[in-house]
Design a protein around this ligand. Structure first.
Ligand code: FES
Length: 510
């Protein structure tokens, strides 16, 4: 039987960082930061450096979340965002977004000069298309209007990539790095400044009012003057103000060992395929990282074929071996293209959030972390209004995107019930390493038969808001099509907004 490899991010593979304890005793602090991804760690590190006492809670381990599952391009070239921001807002907002992210890149470069060790490399960032593409023409015009340090680069990309290129743009002096090494540097330095980190400590609740209390899944508490939610998807959105503002997209990356010289530059395709390329060198080996194959989260079961197509593309165009690493990431796309960073709810002045980085979490995450540190320490920051979660800049296009997002969710909610009936299999027909919707003890359940012939039975109802989860056959996870929560085969939460596991039992008699 062909056993499909388990997924593993190249960034997490050789992570030998310090494990941190879990929270075993309740405590009090000045600031509680929830989420040890790039935004949470930059924020926590900056606050601690400025003399605040910070406690950082991470649901799993450092680097386990979105930051450890990206292509790790640190670039302000965010697809074709600039002409869209000009169209949606105006030139001043588009330019401000460019500066918000450019300053994050400068912040990172300064850290490299201070000695941060994270395989940092200066690179050019390119957008390209294989067919004529109006988006790129508009984006080039936006670069000129916003005085972005870049422009036309078609000939350059034609020389660099081994397939035909119709048009290409560049932004100069960008960067790529190793995201988990970067997180480890931040964590080490944060702790050296007196900060506290607790891993495997999932926050499940944040109280309202002054001196908010964060409660974890084990019932421990941390009380702070202020709380920052940097958990990718804000898990504490009980009023549902955020769930309707995002669409959730999943995309895939493979790293294939390559016999040719490393690719110079970072590349992203504009158009249908949206392939992304960069190289990474480690222990004398060169890997080509190929990304793409995105789709709305939770709506695809056969995710293996997505990896296979990326691997095929790498082998078809570059001298690469089979993929050594495969991993995926999940992105929150906001209605207006700008992230939400700042005070989370109008009536809760002590609760802050950083989320909605779309596919551009490296620079947006750093920018969010420094902005929140400024806000919490009373320093002026000129980007506060740009990314405020309380911004009132609703446009008709936002409303139609809002309606579509909510209609999609409602459709998935209803469809889940039908799917449960239609997709039912006989449990005896499940092969090793296969999953299905089956009847177990008279109840429709999700069952995964593992490689040791053990059956893992879960309730298919997502613990967030009740949609029906679907199997993801490459990650061996149950994914929710409504807001992107993910659960492992035993029902444990892999990604929020859900905070509670699916009900689970192990069965050897099926
Ligand atoms: Fe919201 Fe599942 S993530 S219902």
């Amino acid at each position: 039987m062909h056993r499909y490899p388990f997924t593993n991010s190249i960034w997490r593979q050789h992570d030998t960082g310090t494990p941190y304890p879990s929270l075993s005793v309740s405590e009090s602090t000045e600031v509680v930061v929830i989420g040890a991804g790039i935004a949470g760690l930059v924020c926590a590190y900056e606050l601690q450096k400025r003399g605040r006492q910070v406690t950082l809670l991470e649901a799993l381990e450092i680097g386990h979340g979105t930051t450890g599952h990206t292509t790790a391009k640190c670039s302000v070239q965010h697809g074709t965002i600039y002409h869209k921001l000009i169209r949606h807002f105006d030139e001043s907002i588009a330019r401000l977004y460019y500066e918000f992210n450019s300053e994050a890149l400068v912040y990172l470069k300064n850290q490299i000069e201070e000695g941060f060790d994270c395989d940092y490399a200066n690179e050019q960032s390119f957008l390209y298309s294989r067919e004529p593409n109006e988006e790129l023409t508009k984006e080039l015009d936006a670069y000129r209007r916003l005085k972005i340090d870049g422009g036309e680069a078609t000939e350059e990309v034609r020389k660099a990539l081994p397939f035909s290129i119709e048009q290409a743009l560049v932004i100069h002096d960008q960067a790529q790095f190793h995201p988990v090494k970067y997180l480890r540097e931040l964590a080490n330095r944060f702790v050296q400044h007196g900060g506290k980190i607790y891993e495997n400590s999932r926050a499940t609740e944040v109280s309202q009012g002054p001196r908010p209390v964060v409660t974890t899944s084990t019932g421990r508490r941390v009380q702070g003057n202020q709380v920052v939610i940097a958990t990718h998807y804000p898990f504490n959105d009980l009023r549902g103000l955020y769930v309707s503002k995002f669409s959730v997209e999943r995309s895939y990356i493979v790293a294939c060992e390559s016999g040719s010289r490393p690719l110079k530059g970072m590349y992203l395709e504009v158009g249908e395929r949206k392939r992304s390329f960069r190289s990474y060198e480690e222990n004398g080996k060169t890997y080509l990282l190929v990304g793409g194959e995105g789709h709305t989260a939770g709506q695809v079961t056969d995710t293996r074929s997505r990896y296979d197509r990326l691997e095929h593309d790498a082998q078809a165009h570059f001298e690469t071996n089979r993929a050594s690493y495969r991993w995926s990431s999940q992105d929150l796309i906001t209605l207006d293209g700008l992230p939400y960073v700042g005070q989370m709810f109008k009536r809760e002045p002590d609760l802050f959030v950083a989320t909605g980085f779309s596919k551009w979490g490296m620079t947006n995450g750093i920018a969010a972390g420094t902005l929140l540190a400024d806000q919490l320490t009373g320093r002026p920051n000129r980007f506060v209004n740009l990314v405020s979660p309380l911004r009132q800049t609703v446009k008709s296009s936002d409303i139609s995107a809002f309606l579509k997002t909510n209609l999609d969710t409602a459709t998935q909610f209803a469809k889940g019930t039908v799917d449960r009936l239609l997709e039912r299999k006989n449990v005896k027909d499940l092969q090793l390493d296969e999953s299905g919707v089956v009847q177990v003890d008279g109840k429709t359940s999700g069952v995964y038969r593992d490689l040791d012939n053990q059956c893992h039975v879960v309730n298919l109802t997502c613990t967030h808001l009740g949609c029906t989860v679907k199997w993801n056959n490459a990650e061996r996870s149950w994914d929710c099509p409504c807001h992107g929560s993910r659960f492992d085969a035993k029902g444990n939460v892999l990604e929020g907004p859900a905070t509670k596991p699916l009900s689970y039992s192990k069965r050897e008699d099926l």
